[in-house]
Design a protein. Structure first.
Ligand code: IPM
Ligand code: MG
Length: 348
């Protein structure tokens, strides 16, 4: 996030943008300070902001804290209370990194997929969600997967709208062969397609097959729309095709209000990396690319977003690599140095 703060400062100083910022704590740091993964005061600030940039949460230090106060609970509360139902997770393979992927270059070079993950429903939030002691030495754990029509309709619309500006193809992934939510998901997506987006190509795919196809031939996909849990899993999988989980940004968007504005939160797809915290070696690219998405979707600064993404591609071309994407013959740099290189590419 420190590298994003430098970009904001640069954009303000050069008049490219006029962005006021405030920072606050979420996750383990918030727990240490306030005994909550996100405080009510922080939530209020987040609700008032035009956009929230979020760093990753979590670490072994907080393994023992009560379940509802664990670092992840802060992130889930932000998503839920801001009603950020649409999570956009692009998986783009920078040509310079095609060899860093565990898949063959020809499968991933030029890859550009958009995973649209439903973010405020499904098994993450469904009730009951509990572990009951059965009293005979056994326990029973229950999570509830639940979706209502409107939740599927609104996420389907986001996916179809995005597809219209891209490859005009949507894959809708569910498990209708075993899950009632999958049956409803299939039915509702089919209806929205028929009523509002019949000019976009729609393919239904079982989520397990989707996982397999992402490895077999990822370029067959354009937009994939799926539920909260499948989206969590499939987006991690798709990220590896791009070379590193450290590369992928995300945007989480709410519904448009009467002024056409949406609540929004931007965060890297990757989680925290407590084992390397504070050593200035983490890859800042996913967070910087999340800031580019923020400029595009929240501030209507698509031109500047394009230039930041261009600067990322340029420094990769120039051979700059953080440790996670290091390859033979390239120039290994730390977090701050990667920030330096991206700023220099922007200025140059
Ligand atoms: C993600 C993460 C989160 C999720 C965790 C940290 C709760 O894996 O954003 O993909 O499961 O949604
Ligand atoms: Mg995840």
């Amino acid at each position: 996030m420190a590298q994003v703060e430098r970009l904001v400062q640069w954009a303000n100083e050069t008049g490219e943008a006029e962005i006021a910022t405030a920072s606050d704590l979420v996750g383990g740091a918030a727990y240490d300070e306030h005994g909550e993964a996100v405080s009510d005061a922080t939530m209020e600030k987040a609700i008032k902001a035009d956009a929230v940039m979020l760093g990753a949460v979590g670490g072994p230090k907080w393994d023992g804290v009560p379940y509802d106060k664990r670092p992840e609970a802060g992130l889930l509360r932000l998503r839920k209370d801001l009603e950020l139902f649409a999570n956009l997770r692009p998986a783009i393979c920078y040509p310079a990194l095609a060899d860093a992927s565990s898949l063959k270059r020809e499968l991933v070079d030029g890859l550009d997929i958009m995973i649209v993950r439903e973010l405020t429903g499904g098994v993450y939030f469904g009730e009951p969600k509990e572990i009951t002691d059965l009293g005979n030495g056994q326990k029973r754990a229950v999570d509830t997967q639940v979706y209502e029509t409107y939740e599927i309709e609104r996420i389907a619309r986001v996916a179809f709208e995005l597809a219209k500006k891209r490859g005009n193809l949507v894959h809708s992934a569910e498990k209708r062969n075993v899950m009632k939510t999958g049956v409803l998901w299939h039915e509702v997506v089919t209806q929205i397609h028929k009523d509002e987006f019949s000019d976009v190509q729609l393919q239904h795919i079982l989520a397990d097959n989707c996982a397999m196809q992402l490895i077999r031939y990822p370029k067959q996909f354009d937009v994939i729309v799926t539920d909260n849990l499948f989206g969590d899993v499939l987006s991690d999988e798709a990220s590896m095709a791009t070379g590193s989980l450290g590369m992928l940004p995300s945007a989480s968007l709410g519904a448009e209000d009467e002024n056409g504005r949406r609540k929004a939160l931007y965060e890297p797809v990757h989680g925290s990396a407590p084992d390397i915290a504070g050593r200035d070696i983490a890859n800042p690219i996913a967070t910087i690319a999340s800031f580019a998405m923020c400029l595009r979707y929240s501030f209507d600064l698509g031109g500047l977003a394009d230039r930041i993404e261009g600067a990322i591609a340029k420094v990769l071309d120039q051979g700059y690599r953080t440790a996670d994407i290091m390859q033979d013959g390239k120039h290994e740099v730390g977090t701050t140095q990667m920030g330096d290189a991206i700023l220099a590419a922007l200025k140059g």
